[in-house]
Design a protein around this ligand. Structure first.
Ligand SMILES: [Zn+2]
Ligand SMILES: [Zn+2]
Length: 349
């Protein structure tokens, strides 16, 4: 299938229109016309080569919402016209313990990422959601409820699941004391999801400037990570801290904020960090942990949770020709909303 997308041709080229083909449908494939595609901070890191060399031309995007336009003969769950999503993965081995456990993101053979990965059958490079169409096997396609606004739902597929999964892993429920570091694309979803689960959520930020924003989305309080006396007063007051900061930072400011058995979970890949001071970890059986997106079953769960609780990411919808501008802004600021590209007017020539 001939289609069009926005591709980077090198780490520094920026993104430009690029015509390419999607594969012929395999038996279990779903062909999707993409309507909306979220911009994730990791798109920038990946394309810029921050996490290793990339195959170019590369079309990023792993927060994809669209409509089914065709299905292979073995597809059971989807039919033409259905609203669907594709997130960060498009395939995995499907046979290892992690895949059987619905944790395809930890597949022992490595998951196939939505873009920049080798297709498990042909070896061709997968291309992402900044495009008009995508083809994916049905096991990696998600159902999108009618209750969701499709122009705002795309970021649930990465920002949503990335923050939902640790909230579930660490059993967040009514009354759990959750701190969220950073109020960007991930952080604002963490606040919305945790507060919908009944948690007492505090935003931890470099200042209290975003207090109004934090409270508007369900936060109970805001704590400045530069206010020594406020930090001291907040000692041992969190069960879980979700750390969404996308750049290098230290752990030591936050560890004393955890109560006994508290966990500090890193969800943004930031590369090397300074070594943490170990005493506060030992003294309170506190943990530093990591978490990567979530499995397909859990991704469906967060989509349905958002539909049920009327949770939408805060989105600014842009046109495809504004992608480079949006990337610039994302790099300079850490806006507390997601950019979503409206693909509906993108035409294949
Ligand atoms: Zn992402
Ligand atoms: Zn596997």
């Amino acid at each position: 299938m001939k289609t069009v997308g926005y591709a980077a041709h090198s780490p520094t080229s920026g993104l430009e229109p690029y015509e390419f083909s999607r594969r012929e449908l395999r038996g279990n494939d779903v062909a999707i016309e993409i309507l909306y595609s979220g911009i994730c901070h990791s798109d920038l890191h990946t394309v810029h080569g921050d996490w290793g060399e990339q195959p170019y031309p590369l079309i990023p995007g792993h927060e994809i919402i669209g409509k089914v336009i065709d299905v292979g003969p073995e597809v059971k769950k989807y039919k033409v016209g259905d609203s669907v999503g594709v997130g960060c993965m498009v395939d995995s081995c499907q046979t290892c313990d992690q895949c059987h456990n619905h944790e395809e993101q930890y597949c022992r053979e490595g998951m196939t990422a939505t873009y920049g990965s080798e297709d498990r059958i042909t070896g061709e490079i997968t291309q992402g959601g900044y495009s008009k169409h995508i083809v994916a096997r049905e096991e990696f396609v998600l159902k999108i409820s009618d209750k969701l606004d499709i122009s705002k739902a795309a970021p649930i597929l990465c920002a949503g699941i990335t923050t939902y999964s640790p909230l579930k892993t660490w059993n967040v429920k009514k009354g759990t004391r959750v701190g969220v570091i950073g109020l960007g694309g991930l952080g604002h979803m963490a606040v919305k999801l945790a507060s919908a689960m009944g948690a007492e959520v505090t935003v931890i930020s470099r200042s209290t400037d975003k207090e109004k924003e934090a409270k508007a989305i369900g936060g109970k309080a805001i704590l400045s990570s530069r206010d020594e006396s406020a930090l001291e007063a907040a000692a041992s007051s969190f069960d879980l801290i979700i750390d969404t900061v996308p750049v290098k930072h230290d752990f030591d400011t936050y560890t004393p904020l955890l109560d006994i058995d508290g966990t500090h979970v890193i969800v943004g890949q930031v590369g090397e960090m300074d070594e943490p001071v170990t005493a506060p970890l030992i003294m309170g059986r506190r943990r530093i942990a990591g978490s990567l997106i979530g499995g397909i079953k859990e991704t469906q769960e967060v989509l349905d949770f958002c539909a049920e609780h009327n949770i939408h990411p805060d989105c600014e919808v842009i046109k495809p020709e504004q992608i480079n501008e949006a990337w610039d802004k994302l790099q300079k600021e850490n806006p507390s909303h997601r950019y979503v590209i409206d693909m509906t007017n993108l035409k294949v020539s």
